[in-house]
Design a protein around this ligand. Sequence first.
Ligand code: AMP
Ligand code: MN
Ligand code: MN
Ligand code: MN
Length: 278
Amino acid sequence: MNKYDLHSHTINSDGSLTATQLIDLAIEKEVTHLAITDHDTVNAHLQLAQLPEPYESDKISIIKGVEFSSQWNNMGVHIVGLNINIHSAAISEAVNKQTQIRLQRLSTIAHKLTKKGFPDITEGALAVAGDSQIGRPHIAQYMVQEGMVRSVGQAFTKYLGAGKVGDVSSVWPDLEQVLAWIHDAGGVAVVAHPSRYKMTRTKRRRLMADFADAGGQAIEVCTGNQVPGVAEEMAALCDTFDFHGSVGSDFHNLEYQWVKLGRYPKLPNQCRPVWELF
Ligand code: AMP
Ligand code: MN
Ligand code: MN
Ligand code: MN
């Protein structure tokens, strides 16, 4: 039996496992097809390509993926690219651009936090991130470390989450740019966790329409920690816009008990699975 998980993170972005640790865990969970989709980096795939031993076997296939940050109507929207050519010029350009944006965004967030009376978090957050693609979770972790907040959760609810000072979305490229990168790399573009954005149903349909107009082919119908009924609602959007459906846990680490690798609600029968497009 095939078991797909088409959205997961490693330590190369804001996950905590290395690529090989993640693959070992996936095999343990009987995942047969795993897409590694770090935020704005493909370093996990580049590292895997350097291994002396093959990391794929009859137990597991690894799908090359990425999760790009984009903006739509001044809101951050994540677009997963699946089955991409990680050595393409488009992906190199995309990763370089997104890395620069992330560094600039860090300064912007740091500046906004100083206005709230905090010391400059730039260097500290970079140190937490180390070689990983810098993200808000690293900033949150540093804020906890320095006693600015009690927990990562509190850092997001008070300062970094949707609508707060540290939520800077205007820096990201638009949908058209991100889809061009994915398509130029031979990949399939997928709207990540569509139900998780804070928007009305009407607005979500407008996002879907714009994504379809830009050549988008799929959305995540099933993600980790998803409440009952959402998969059916997303499947209905697939019907309307002729999208394929993707599935993925959005696994980051073993500490988030509510998200397990390989675990998400069942893909509704009417949905054409995204892997038909690979
Ligand atoms: P960034 O990619 O830097 O914009 O950071 C977004 C990431 O922060 C998401 O991919 C999640 O992994 C994480 N995140 C978002 N909201 C929360 C939250 N409330 N608590 C903990 N982590 C969060
Ligand atoms: Mn993340
Ligand atoms: Mn995401
Ligand atoms: Mn993700």
